[in-house]
Design a protein around this ligand. Structure first.
Ligand SMILES: Nc1ncnc2c1ncn2[C@@H]1O[C@H](COP(=O)(O)OP(=O)(O)OP(=O)(O)O)[C@@H](O)[C@H]1O
Ligand SMILES: [Mg+2]
Length: 251
């Protein structure tokens, strides 16, 4: 594999090679998952969403990699590590970028409804709670908003010329934007940055007229949507958070 490593975690490595970035996946990833992410990403960039263009999916030894445009810039998480006082400015940009993304038309995506339903019934929650969540989900069955599914600071890069570019399209689908906003909020909470989550909700109220109460109502579903991404220690915390929300709803 040519190129310089620009990101590495347990199961993925991103390389920079000239004007291309190559996101490679460890051998535990099925080819279908990699192709699905590449397909989603090419669909969104073809529809005009600001995302790195995909050129090909290639096999490098025992790993598959998505070859895409290299984005010359930094993600918002990295920017804020260096400039913590700019949080408000970047949250505004982050919210505006989301607002613009969901205006996109002529996009063909799968629906998230069946996937979330499966996640509810595969979860370790008691049966009565599973049905309660399923009824909540049914209210959103026919929503056709674009949901990114992992809209977080680390997935929005700011190019050197100031243009935001959205990454990480493995989860994009049609669904209800309230749920996507709740996922972003849950991701802030998991990083111990509920304060930033609250500012994000204020911005989304201004931009999309979704208020905090609507988002909070689906926060449990957001946690169920993301819990299977994490290892045991974090998923245990997420379940604790879910039980806490249920207790508060019942009170
Ligand atoms: N096309 C690109 N150009 C430049 N940098 C990129 C590109 N794609 C990814 N990166 C860098 O690599 C990081 C990780 O990429 P990405 O978000 O796609 O992986 P990930 O699926 O979130 O990985 P993980 O599951 O470990 O969180 C990004 O935050 C960004 O800094
Ligand atoms: Mg990412």
């Amino acid at each position: 594999m040519e190129g310089k490593i620009i990101y590495q975690c347990k199961r993925k490595t991103v390389y920079h090679d000239g004007d291309r970035a190559i996101k490679t996946y460890g051998p535990t990833y099925a080819i279908s998952q990699v192709l699905n992410e590449a397909l989603n990403q090419s669909r969104v960039s073809e529809a005009g969403i600001s995302a790195p263009m995909v050129y090909e999916v290639k096999k490098f030894d025992d790993r598959y990699g998505i070859v895409m445009d290299y984005i010359d810039g930094e993600n918002i998480e990295e920017i804020l590590k260096k400039n913590p006082n700019d949080a408000e400015k970047y949250i505004t940009l982050f919210a505006n970028t989301y607002h613009e993304m969901i205006q996109t038309k002529n996009l063909n995506l799968n629906n998230s409804y069946g996937r979330i339903k499966n996640k509810i019934f595969a979860s370790e929650l008691p049966t009565n709670i599973k049905y309660g969540l399923f009824y909540k989900l049914r209210d959103m069955e026919f929503s056709r908003d674009i949901i990114h599914g992992d809209y977080a600071f680390s997935n929005v890069m700011i190019r050197k010329d100031g243009k935001p570019v959205i990454l990480d399209w493995g989860h994009v689908a049609y669904g209800d934007k309230k749920l996507d906003i709740a996922i972003t909020y849950a991701l802030f909470e998991l990083q111990g940055r509920k304060d930033l989550g609250d500012i994000y909700l204020d911005k989304m109220k201004e931009l999309d007229n979704i208020d905090k109460a609507q988002v909070m109502k689906v926060l449990i579903l957001a946690y169920i949507y993301i819990v299977d991404r994490y290892e045991e220690a974090i998923s245990k915390n997420i379940y604790n958070r879910i039980y806490e929300i249920i207790k508060n709803e019942e009170a």
